[in-house]
Design a protein around this ligand. Structure first.
Ligand code: PMP
Length: 445
């Protein structure tokens, strides 16, 4: 019995001895926006795997592309002097899709942590090539999540991922995140919040010296940190400050890339153009892992023309540009563009966000928030002070378990419930997600 028997697989993010009251959901198959568990229950997939099954499960077009590639060539390297057609096809496709961002070159990897690590290393190389090797620091935001490698862990703004893994990378400066519901100034006015955050950014740059900072890395909408949607003028004003100091902007689009927020990129929702973009998850929608770090002409030109050894990128993985993963990504991007999944995420997302508001009448729901098809339910012990529930109380898990009994998979994340369904979600399914959550919350009220 997969659910209860002791197994050698150790769940990430869980203690060595799993809570026996917490039953493991064993998923055995998927079709469209639904999965089926080991007991044969068909469940609406409110989490899209882990923010990534954006085109839904079991898509024939993607499977066919994978099979065709497997029949031709499962794997070959794409290092110095060796490549295969798919790696060029996918790089061209990405640069074409990201023309607005002045995208110019692509480096591949296997997952979001790779994409972030590549972005961080690339930003340092940029400054070495550009003749300012003293620019080594990174600015990032509290609550942020940038993957599990040591660079991404170090720039990540959630201390729970720092425990047991130090010492971390030096030279990381955390700034407050654009979080209206909880911020150090206790302001509820978005314009005022942005003013505070921009002042903090400027002061920190002044104090450290802009000439010591390589890049600012952030998610356009923080995901794992609780789906934090910045005020309208936040990103344009951040970009303006960074430009004044020459600091590169790295956009971690691992969750937000390819449609989730209702725009093709998260950053497009604010009309800003990052210098370096990290993609994974939705790029191949879980069919075969793949990551891409895409950078603009400014970065590419400086490195290409860099002196000495600085024009060689000594960074790549065995699976950088894996042919079968690239074939899967090309098929996924075909669906994303043909079916306008960013547009669908915007429309169905508006229904979802609107319906979720009604849940705020429940005892533990402090706020629901999100953009497109990413949303969070913020669980509070006290609606007045907005103090979070005790994460060890297991309340998020109890809500998720009850939602599952109502036929919907949602993700418990400590003091939040996270939603990130496939971007193929239909409006009725969005309403069904909220109905199940309403019933689940009623049980714990
Ligand atoms: N960046 C962001 C914003 C993420 O949400 C994640 C994963 N949740 C990562 C990076 C890391 O991706 P992966 O787990 O594929 O390494």
């Amino acid at each position: 019995d997969y659910k209860t028997a002791t197994k050698n697989f150790w769940h990430p993010m869980s203690p060595s001895k799993q809570d026996p009251s917490q039953e493991t959901l064993i998923v055995v198959s998927g079709e469209g926006n639904y999965v089926t568990d080991a007991d044969g229950n068909r469940l609406l997939d409110g989490v899209g795997g882990l923010w990534n099954v954006n085109v839904g499960h079991n898509r024939a077009e993607v499977k066919d592309a994978i099979k065709a590639q497997l029949d031709q060539l499962a794997y070959y390297q794409s290092f110095d002097g060796v490549a295969h057609p798919r790696v060029y096809d996918l790089a061209d496709r990405l640069v074409g899709m990201l023309a607005q961002e002045d995208a110019h070159r692509v480096l591949f990897g296997s997952n979001g942590s790779d994409a972030v690590e590549t972005a961080l290393k690339l930003s340092r190389q940029y400054w070495i090539a550009a003749g300012e090797p003293g620019r080594v620091r990174f600015l990032s935001l509290r609550n942020s999540y940038h993957g599990m490698h040591i660079g991404g862990t170090s720039v990540g703004g959630n201390a729970v991922y720092h425990y047991n893994h130090g010492p971390l990378l030096p030279g990381v400066e955390l700034l407050d995140s654009p979080f209206l519901y909880r911020n150090p100034w206790n302001t509820e006015d978005p314009a005022e919040l942005t003013d505070h955050l921009i002042r903090q950014l400027e002061e920190r740059i002044e104090f450290l010296g802009g000439q010591t900072i390589a890049a600012f890395i952030a998610e356009p909408v923080q995901g794992a940190g609780g789906v934090i949607v910045p005020p309208e003028d936040y990103w344009p004003r951040v970009r303006e400050v960074l430009d004044r100091h020459g600091i590169l902007m790295i956009s971690d689009e691992v969750v937000t890339g390819f449609g989730r927020t209702g725009n093709m990129l998260g950053s497009r929702g604010w009309g800003v153009k990052p210098d370096i973009m990290a993609f994974a998850k939705g790029i191949s929608a879980g069919y075969i892992p793949l990551a891409a770090t895409v950078f603009n002409r400014r970065v590419a030109d400086a490195i290409e023309n860099g002196p000495g050894f600085s024009n060689v990128i000594m960074h790549g993985y065995t699976y950088s540009g894996h042919p079968t993963a690239a074939a899967a990504a090309l098929a996924v991007l075909d669906i994303v563009e043909r079916d306008d999944l960013p547009g669908n995420a915007g429309l169905v997302g508006a229904v979802l966000q609107d319906e979720l508001q009604a849940l705020e009448s429940h005892r533990y729901v402090g706020e629901t928030r999100g953009k497109g098809l990413m949303a969070a339910i913020d669980l509070v012990a006290d609606k007045g002070t907005r103090e979070s529930v005790d994460p060890s109380s297991g309340i998020a898990h109890r809500i998720a378990a009850a939602a599952r009994e109502e036929g919907v998979v949602v993700r418990p994340a400590g003091t939040k419930i996270i939603l990130s369904p496939p971007l193929t979600l239909e409006a009725d399914e969005a309403r069904e997600m909220v109905r199940a959550l309403d019933a689940a919350l009623s049980r714990v009220d």
